[in-house]
Design a binder for this molecule. Structure first.
Ligand code: SF4
Length: 330
């Protein structure tokens, strides 16, 4: 019964997508490489944040070969503001593999690239390789759980694999449009927060949740664990026109990214505090509650790297967690 319902849902979804899809830069050109860049950028990131950065990234690195030849710091700089920087490092590694061996030809090959999971591999295969490979993310889980009024918890892996199996069975020949249409429906009509726009939905006559008047009951999700709360101090150490930077450690959150000197809890005393401000940054599992302090230093000193505001702007990727304190660079 689920298969039949989904089969009936395909034509109106495709028809709706062709008329209503947003004009997004990664929809203009669909090579496997550009699809991979777009999908990695879009993971856990808003479309609006990705648009310009995608264009900028592709104009600097139009091919996997160009990206493969770049220095990591430049790649991270172009990724600045998107967060989850391990995606940029993985994309860089993937580009080196693709430059050496060519782009993989099937799901297993794409899935084996660094940083590529089932969802991304499915999206790249259906969008750029014309293959009937489902891509099931939170959007697709939500719209299908509503279409079916499925009260099972969508965080349960068996629901995800069942949906992937159903999608594979009904996949039309227009693989790219179908994959993108599912995502688009979840992004602009069957939205996660607030009421879905059922009146504008191509599935309004089919959707079991809507027919029961219970769209917002779905999807059923596991309760989230509370985020860890961390108090920290961020020092903007200034010496004439330069500022102190350090690299974060090899593992964990924001691994190897540049930052202002960062201390969990209180910072050591480096001199009189000229200005102070508070900022909070929310990661998936952690919240940083930061006190930023502007302090003048008489001389540059180790272990920090000292750079001017212009050098920081041009060369050092500072994660957006520290955006509030960048105001002191001016
Ligand atoms: S009818 Fe409403 S709940 Fe059902 S898929 Fe469309 S937007 Fe979502």
């Amino acid at each position: 019964m689920r298969r039949e319902l989904l089969l009936r849902a395909v034509p109106p979804l495709l028809a709706w997508y062709r008329v209503c899809k947003r004009d997004l830069p990664w929809r203009h050109c669909r090579t496997p490489y550009t699809a991979l860049v777009a999908e990695l950028m879009l993971q856990q990131t808003r479309v609006e944040a990705v648009r310009e950065r995608y264009v900028r990234f592709l104009s600097r690195f139009p091919t996997a070969e160009a990206l493969a030849a770049a220095q990591e710091d430049e790649v991270l700089k172009l990724w600045e503001g998107l967060g989850y920087y391990s995606r940029a490092r993985n994309l860089h590694k993937a580009a080196k593999i693709v430059a050496a061996q060519g782009f993989p030809k099937d799901f297993a090959g794409v899935r084996a690239l660094p940083g590529v999971g089932d969802y991304t591999a499915g999206a790249v295969c259906s969008i750029a390789l014309g293959q009937k490979e489902p891509a099931v993310d939170g959007n697709v889980l939500r719209i299908l759980s509503r279409l079916y009024a499925d009260g099972r918890c969508v965080d349960d892996g068996s629901v995800k694999s069942e949906y992937a199996g159903l999608l594979r069975e009904v996949y039309p020949e227009e693989t790219a449009d179908f994959c993108e249409a599912l995502m688009e429906l979840g992004a602009i009509v069957c939205t996660p927060n607030g009421a879905p726009l059922c009146g504008h939905c191509p599935w309004r006559d089919l959707c079991l949740a809507r027919r029961a008047g219970e769209a917002e009951r779905y999807p059923v999700r596991r309760e989230k664990r509370a985020r860890k709360q961390v108090e920290a101090t961020v020092l903007v150490l200034r010496c004439r026109d330069t500022f102190a930077l350090e690299r974060r450690g090899e593992g964990g959150l924001l691994a190897r990214m540049w930052q202002f000197p960062f201390f969990e809890g209180e910072a050591p005393d480096f001199g009189p505090v000229l200005a102070q401000k508070r900022a909070t940054h929310v990661f998936t599992h952690v919240e940083w509650h930061m006190t930023g302090k502007l302090v003048d230093a008489a001389q540059p000193f180790a272990p920090y790297v000292w750079a001017t505001a212009e050098e920081i702007e041009a060369r050092y990727a500072l994660p957006s967690a520290f955006s509030a304190f960048k105001a002191w660079l001016r």
